[in-house]
Design a protein around this ligand. Structure first.
Ligand SMILES: C[S@@+](CC[C@H](N)C(=O)[O-])C[C@H]1O[C@@H](n2cnc3c(N)ncnc32)[C@H](O)[C@@H]1O
Length: 231
């Protein structure tokens, strides 16, 4: 079968993000300096994590891709305090913002990679190890010629699934209907995944409103959640 344009783009290393310059607030700068060494993990190729060593306990681990400013991540980590969370975000002010929340709220169960989640997944997350994966409001890449940058496409979803433990879940949400339809199609076509709902899912109670979602709602967008499980 011919390789799809999207799969070829991922193979060529086309990224799902563009690193934007963003102004760091003084609180974010302080949090990076003071809390970064403890909560930000260094990216290292071919170095699978030992979760127990990282978190100092045994608990189910959830990976989040693209936490933005981290408000939802901080809330979820407190709601699901018996889980440990690994958040990936390339936007430095977002990393600073989440560290600030970790410090202010004394959240022990989050670690951060300021690095491309695609590489973190491949190089540092052990296969079949994750209890869950959260991908909330990934960049929609609206323009047709940019669609190839979208995260949710067959080749990457197959990689995500490999890293889920059996029964582990993949929870995606978007406010962009064409992307929601793509998610439903791609996740539905992955043989190792089973939809937990007939089609789109009810928003799970642990997911609060995210910053990006709020922006979408103000623009009149709908919101679609999808929750699939590894068979
Ligand atoms: C549209 S924002 C949504 C942020 C947040 N989840 C929310 O709902 O408010 C998407 C975020 O994903 C990040 N991102 C995109 N691709 C990524 C990747 N491969 N690795 C890490 N972060 C990524 C971007 O930097 C951006 O902050």
């Amino acid at each position: 079968m011919a390789e799809s344009e999207a799969a070829a783009a991922q193979r060529r290393g086309i990224k799902s993000f563009v690193v934007r310059a963003g102004r760091m607030g003084t609180g974010q700068i302080k949090a990076l300096a003071e809390l970064g060494p403890r909560f930000v993990l260094p990216y290292q190729p071919a170095a699978p994590l030992n979760y127990e060593a990282v978190f100092g306990r045994q608990a189910p681990v959830v990976l989040e891709i693209g936490f933005g400013m981290g408000g939802a991540t901080a809330q979820i980590a407190q709601t699901l305090a018996d889980h440990d969370f690994i958040g990936c975000e390339v936007h430095e002010p977002g990393v600073g913002a989440l560290l600030k929340l970790i410090g202010e709220q004394g959240i022990p169960n989050i670690r951060i990679f300021q690095h491309d989640a695609v590489e973190v997944l491949e190089q540092m997350i052990p296969k079949a190890s994750l209890a869950g994966i959260h991908i909330f409001f990934p960049d929609p890449w609206h323009k047709k010629r940019h669609n190839k940058r979208r995260l949710i496409q067959p080749a990457f979803v197959a990689k995500l699934v490999e890293h889920l433990a059996p029964g582990g879940y993949l929870h995606c949400a978007t406010d962009w209907q064409p992307y929601a339809e793509q998610m439903l199609e791609v996740l539905g076509a992955e043989p190792q995944l089973q939809n937990t709902a007939e089609s789109y899912a009810e928003k799970p109670a642990y997911r609060p409103l995210t910053k990006f979602e709020n922006r979408g709602i103000k623009l009149g967008h709908g919101v679609w959640d999808l929750v699939f499980r590894r068979r």
